[in-house]
Design a protein around this ligand. Structure first.
Ligand code: SF4
Length: 215
């Protein structure tokens, strides 16, 4: 199957079968999303969602978080992975947000990446969800699904390269939702250890499935 056909079939399938796809993190505003995404690195959304209600009750704004005591922040997020470094990151992020950006989460991906704890993936997630920027954040699920299906090339060894490949082939207006399609598909169907190919709606267009039939 030609790559352009694979893209078109897979996108069509998701458009028809996953009309509603969004982040599973709970948040009420850009600040809360930014904190939640930083906390979700190497951690499940479910665990983050258990912690953030109490956290945002105590720190509802970046202004309050910027002045927070590190030990208090640590105690609130201690059940999340890497609580020490995340305590440092979110507190420093809030301070920079207040000092350099007037308390407003920036919409530019480069500005977002200046914030402590914010790499390209977090920046793309926030820019795409909050500001509708046509960028695709590549996390472990997106990376895996893109490679298995054949949407990514074997030479796309880094998340950045996979992101560029996806952005080149997916129309701008569908990029934001594509990120959620691929994450949800990777989380619930094309799982890391044993993909559920028999229950997968895109198996007909998937390179991994195609190759498995030849064995
Ligand atoms: S057919 Fe299997 S490997 Fe391919 S996308 Fe579906 S679950 Fe993943």
């Amino acid at each position: 199957m030609k790559n352009s056909e694979r893209y078109s079939k897979i996108i069509n399938w998701f458009q028809k079968n996953m009309t509603f796809a969004q982040s599973e993190l709970h948040y009420k505003n850009p600040y809360e999303l930014l904190v939640a995404v930083i906390l979700s690195a190497q951690c499940t959304d479910i665990r983050v969602n258990m912690v953030t209600p109490g956290f945002f009750k105590k720190y509802p704004t970046s202004k309050l978080l910027a002045k927070a005591n590190s030990e208090d922040v640590f105690q609130l997020i201690r059940s999340i992975s890497y609580p020490n470094s995340k305590t440092r990151h979110i507190t420093a992020m809030a301070q920079m947000l207040e000092n350099d950006f007037g308390g407003t989460v920036p919409e530019n991906v480069n500005d977002l990446q200046k914030l402590p704890g914010v790499g390209i993936k977090t920046a793309n997630v926030v820019a795409s969800i909050v500001y509708g920027k046509p960028v695709i954040a590549v996390d472990t699920h997106v990376f895996r699904v893109a490679h298995r299906t054949g949407l990514a090339d074997e030479l796309d060894k880094t998340p950045e390269k996979v992101g560029k490949r996806l952005e080149k082939n997916i129309p701008e207006k569908l990029r934001a939702i594509s990120h959620h399609w691929l994450i949800l598909h990777g989380r619930y169907v094309c799982t890391a250890r044993s993909p559920h190919c028999c229950d997968c709606g895109i198996s007909k267009y998937c390179k991994y499935f195609e190759n498995s039939l030849k064995k």
